[in-house]
Design a protein around this ligand. Structure first.
Ligand code: DC
Length: 203
């Protein structure tokens, strides 16, 4: 079976949680494409050149997930992601992953528009900036980061503006994506809706 589920949306909208859960339930492989950009961003923070860092990326670079989930790395990821050459270096890996036998879920910003425009299922998961910042704040505090709610909201808004405003594969919902606004939804409710979309397609 070749089934691609593309899940896009801004930071902390819930796409990671939804992607992991549906991948598990439907027996699909999962790729968090944000991790690719985070790994490149982390290498750039350590002194590497962005395009070379993207070209040299290996699976082990994605393994220290906690170290990649810091606010500094998130901003660095968003900056390197605006470079079309960096994006080009990461394209083939993502496309190959998407068409793997057994099916795959990919989450990111441009999966339904650029990486997999033919994906069988496309979701665009969003929520208000305030709701997303509150979730991200709790997550960061829970992981021992010292941040304030104001900082996190400012970071979320800066990242939204950069990710949606860039010329190269900007964050935008594909025309045929199902919109899922999770501002007022519990995780269980958001998951129910995502599940339903996939079931309709694979029936
Ligand atoms: O999903 P995330 O927050 O881990 O992503 C980190 C950054 O990577 C995000 O701000 C923009 C970039 N990104 C992208 O440009 N395209 C993707 N498919 C995934 C992430």
């Amino acid at each position: 079976m070749k089934l691609t589920v593309a899940i896009d949306g801004p930071a902390a909208a819930g796409k990671g949680t939804i992607s992991k859960a549906v991948a598990r339930e439907f027996g699909l492989a999962h790729l968090d494409t944000g991790l690719l950009y985070r790994a490149v961003g982390a290498k750039v923070l350590a002194g590497a050149a962005p395009v070379e860092a993207a070209e040299a990326l290996v699976p082990a670079d994605l393994a220290p997930e906690d170290a990649l989930r810091t606010p500094d790395v998130a901003q660095a990821a968003s900056r390197v992601a605006a470079d079309p050459e960096v994006r080009a270096k990461l394209l083939e890996f993502q496309r190959n992953f998407a068409r793997r036998e057994g099916g795959a879920v990919l989450d990111g910003r441009d999966i339904g528009t650029v990486i997999c425009p033919d994906a069988e299922v496309k979701l665009f998961v969003t929520a208000s900036a305030e709701a997303r910042a509150e979730r991200r704040y709790k997550e960061l505090i829970g992981n021992g980061h010292e941040v304030t709610p104001e900082q996190v909201l400012a970071d979320v808004k800066a990242r939204d503006a950069r990710d949606a405003g860039r010329d190269a594969a900007p964050m935008v919902a594909a025309e045929d994506a199902v919109m899922l606004d999770t501002t007022e939804l519990s995780i269980a409710e958001a998951l129910d809706r995502a599940r339903e979309c996939i079931r309709l397609k694979i029936k």
